[in-house]
Design a binder for this molecule. Structure first.
Ligand code: ADP
Ligand code: ASP
Ligand code: MG
Length: 401
C-alpha cells in the first residue's frame, strides 16, 4: 500500500495512560505525513510477566494453550485504551486483535511463528481513513486457537505487517536506538546510525533484546527498512537495512545473554548413539540447546557440557533424571550463574585475529571462560556472572563500542 508506515510501541512506552497520551500525539503527527498509519502495541509495562506469574500460581504445569490465551490479553488492553485515546483526540482509529488483523500462525504454543497475514481487514480500515491499532505478539492458528509469538514478539508483528504492506517499520522504545552494547550495561556505549540486517540479527539472537531476532529475519527477507528510535525523545535513532560498510571495524557490537544455564554431564558414554539419545531427549522436551563441548575422560567416556536457556530448567531436569536412571556413574552439574558474552561483526570474515585478541584480553583481565563457540561473524564465551561487568567494560573499551 502506497504512503504507509507501521509504528510499534513497546511495553515501557505504553506503561500508563499518560504515556499513551504522549505517544498518541506522535501517532497523530505521523498521520499528517502518511496516509496509512498502522500502530502495533505491546502489553502495558510488565503486564506479560505479571500474567505469567499468575499462571504459575494457578498451576504447577499450566497448559500452554491457556498460557497463550492469558498473556495475549495484555496487548488487547493496550490496543483498546490507545484507540480510545486517539478517538478522544478526534482521530478515527480502530483496535484490532491479531485475529482481526488477519495474523495466521503455526507451530508451538508460546513460541509461535507468523505463517501469513491477510491484510484485507487492516486495509479496509485504512482505506476508510482510520488508524489501525493492532495487538502485537499474537495470532490465530489453524485450529482457531490464540497463539503468541515468543517474548518480544510485538517487533515481529510490526515488521511482518510492514513487509506485507511494503512499507517501513518504526520501532519506538525506551532507548534512543541501537548501541554497540546495551547502554544499561555500559553507559559509555556509542549509538549506531546504521546497522546491517545480518549484524543486527546476530546481535539479537545472541541476546541484545532491543529487537526480537525473528523480526530482523523477516525484515531482511522482505527488505523492510527498520528504524529504531526513542518513544520519548525526538532524536535520530538507528536504521537497520541492507548495507555494506566501506571500511569495516572487526567488531560492531557486543551482546549479553543472561538467561543461560550450563549443564555438565560427567562420565557419559562416548558412543554416538548415546550422545544422540541425550540430545534427542532434550529436543523432544523442547529444550533449545546452544553451545556444546565434550572432552574425553577415560576410554569410552566423556564429560559433556552444553548450554540452554535458563527458562528450560525444568525440562532439562526431566531429561537428566531420565538419563541418570539409564546409566550408572553418570553425574550432572547445573550452573545457572553463567552468562554468554558474544562479539559480533561482519568484519571478522575478512579480518583474522579477533579471537586471539579476545583470548588475550580476557586472560590479561583474569576473566576465565568455560565454553567458546564461533560463527562466521561472531565469537561467544560463557563466563561466570560475577565477571560480566568487567568483561563488558574491557571488550567495549578495546573495540570502541
Ligand atoms: P520494548 O519494551 O520497547 O520492546 P525492550 O525492553 O524489549 O523494549 O528493548 C529495549 C531494551 O533493550 C533497552 O532498554 C536496552 O536495555 C536493551 N538493549 C540490549 N542491547 C541493546 C543494544 N545493543 N542497544 C540498545 N538497547 C539494547
Ligand atoms: N508483551 C510481550 C512481551 O512482554 C511482547 C512484546 O512486548 O513484544 O514479551
Ligand atoms: Mg521488546
Amino acid at each position: 500500500m502506497e504512503n504507509s508506515v507501521v509504528m510499534k510501541f513497546g511495553g515501557s512506552s505504553v506503561e500508563t495512560i499518560e504515556k499513551m497520551q504522549k505517544i498518541a500525539k506522535r501517532i497523530i503527527k505521523k498521520k499528517e505525513t502518511f496516509k496509512n498509519v498502522v500502530v502495533v502495541v505491546s502489553a502495558m509495562g510488565k503486564t506479560t510477566n505479571q500474567l505469567l506469574e499468575m499462571a504459575k500460581q494457578a498451576a504447577k504445569y499450566p497448559s500452554k494453550r491457556e498460557i497463550d490465551l492469558l498473556i495475549s490479553t495484555g496487548e488487547q488492553v493496550s490496543i483498546a485504551l490507545l484507540t480510545m485515546i486517539l478517538n478522544e483526540n478526534d482521530f478515527e482509529a480502530v483496535a484490532l486483535t491479531g485475529f482481526q488483523a488477519g495474523i495466521k500462525t503455526g507451530g508451538l504454543h508460546t513460541k509461535n511463528k507468523i505463517l501469513d497475514i491477510d491484510t484485507t481487514n487492516i486495509e479496509k480500515h485504512l482505506n476508510q481513513g482510520k488508524i489501525a491499532v493492532v495487538a502485537g505478539f499474537q495470532g490465530l492458528n489453524d485450529a482457531g486457537d490464540i497463539t503468541t509469538l515468543g517474548r518480544g514478539g510485538s517487533d515481529t508483528t510490526a515488521v511482518a505487517i510492514a513487509a506485507k504492506l511494503g512499507c517501513s517499520a518504526e520501532i519506538y522504545t525506551d532507548v534512543d536506538g541501537i548501541y554497540g552494547v546495551d547502554p544499561r550495561l555500559y553507559p559509555n556505549a556509542k549509538k549506531l546510525d546504521i546497522i546491517s540486517y545480518e549484524e543486527m540479527k546476530e546481535m539479537a539472537f545472541l541476546g541484545a533484546k532491543v529487537m526480537e531476532p525473528r523480526s530482523i529475519e523477516i525484515g531482511h527477507r522482505y527488505q523492510v527498512p527498520i528504524y529504531v528510535q526513542s518513544s520519548i525523545h525526538e532524536i535520530e535513532g538507528t536504521l537497520i537495512k541492507e548495507y555494506t560498510k566501506v571500511e569495516e571495524k572487526s567488531v560492531t557490537g557486543l551482546s549479553i545473554s543472561e538467561k543461560v544455564m550450563m549443564v555438565t554431564i560427567k562420565n557419559y558414554p562416548s558412543y554416538a548413539t548415546d550422545i544422540a539419545k541425550l540430545f534427542i531427549a532434550l529436543a523432544e522436551n523442547e529444550v533449545n540447546v546452544d553451545m556444546i563441548s565434550q572432552t574425553p575422560t577415560e576410554i569410552g567416556f566423556i564429560n559433556l557440557s552444553f548450554t540452554a536457556g535458563a527458562d528450560d530448567l525444568e525440562a532439562v531436569d526431566e531429561v537428566i533424571e531420565h538419563i541418570m536412571s539409564q546409566y550408572q556413574n553418570v553425574e550432572a552439574v547445573k550452573n545457572i550463574n553463567v552468562v554468554k558474552v558474544s562479539v559480533v561483526g561482519t568484519g571478522m570474515r575478512t579480518q583474522s585475529g579477533v579471537a586471539a585478541q579476545l583470548f588475550k584480553l580476557l586472560a590479561d583481565n583474569g576473566i576465565d571462560f568455560m565454553l567458546v563457540t564461533t560463527s562466521e561473524i561472531s565469537i561467544s564465551y560463557t563466563i561466570d556472572k560475577k565477571l560480566m561487568k568487567r568483561a563488558v567494560e574491557v571488550i567495549s573499551e578495546k573495540f570502541g563500542l
